[in-house]
Design a protein around this ligand. Structure first.
Ligand SMILES: [Zn+2]
Length: 286
């Protein structure tokens, strides 16, 4: 067996977390205020150990609603409460994670939000077509828009941890930085939605043994994707739609509601959601 049980890490105090969140806020505000950027998720499926492809292109401009206030109540989840086995690769297909899902199941995953501009539009479309999705949220965005996090959860969607500031390449961060990004995002989502994410998506699908170990330590399963319309690069609504409509049963679809201009993504979903349902697919959350 190559899998091993994660060690139980030590807990940390709320005070430490509070100071750290304030530091995240200051760091993010400084970086974005200076024209900092965030590269959206995108890589080829199955490239867990490979560097990002050169075609990934320039970073998207990232326009967060920068948090200006320290959080109120902070409850850092105890990572020792639900350790899981350390995996050596992420989940690429629905049935790898959910073997009992319907054979025609697909999973829509929506990354890099929440965004005040686009997330409400996406949520409205999901409601209209009775689709549940998995939202991989960025910690500083979640902290800035807790109401959106609560709305996502209230609508029956699943929340996944997508790091605090979406650093790339994530796997090249130190083990301490990887753990900090993961732990603090857990804390922010718990604070907003009251429940710990059980799923983790690495920025850019960039994985390493240290990332897998940290993910397991916090009781999460690493998830990737196998249909990537590269919507973050704004290739046009038609191209995004064509790629998503080519999904096969069991596919995990990737798109974005945050991190930049996602108007093409929203327009694509407007037609893709009813079209995939008409083809008989069942949307499941991961
Ligand atoms: Zn991302």
């Amino acid at each position: 067996m190559e899998e091993q049980r994660a060690a139980h890490p030590t807990g940390r105090s709320d005070d430490v977390t509070r100071r750290r969140l304030i530091a995240w806020t200051a760091a993010a505000a400084a970086a974005f205020g200076a024209g900092g950027t965030l590269t959206a998720c995108s890589s080829s499926p199955g490239s867990a150990s490979a560097p990002p492809p050169p075609s990934e292109g320039p970073s998207d401009s990232f326009s967060p609603t920068a948090p200006t206030e320290p959080p109120g109540v902070l409850g850092l989840p105890d990572p020792s409460a639900s350790p899981v086995a350390v995996r050596s690769k992420p989940v690429f297909k629905v049935h790898d994670l959910l073997p009992n899902a319907p054979s025609n199941a697909v999973a829509l995953t929506i990354d890099d939000g929440p965004s005040r501009r686009y997330t409400p539009e996406v949520l409205q479309l999901l409601r209209k077509y009775d689709v549940r999705a998995t939202f991989s949220v960025v910690g500083i965005e979640a902290h800035a828009d807790k109401d959106l996090i609560r709305q996502i959860a209230a609508d029956g969607h699943t929340l996944a941890n997508h790091t605090m500031t979406h650093p790339q390449p994530f796997s090249r961060r130190s083990e301490a930085q990887i753990q900090q990004q993961i732990a603090d995002t857990q804390s922010v989502v718990v604070d907003a939605a009251g429940a710990e994410p059980k799923l983790f998506r690495s920025p850019g699908g960039d994985w390493s043994p240290a990332v897998f170990a940290a993910v397991a330590k916090y009781g999460m399963t690493p998830i990737d994707w196998d249909v990537d319309p590269r919507d973050w690069s704004r290739p046009g609504t038609r191209k995004i739609s064509e790629k998503l409509l080519a999904a096969k049963p069991g596919d995990i679809l990737l798109c974005h509601d945050g991190g930049g201009d996602r108007s093409q993504t929203v327009e694509a979903l407007r037609t893709v959601l009813p079209a995939l349902k008409a083809k008989g697919y069942s949307f499941v959350t991961l």
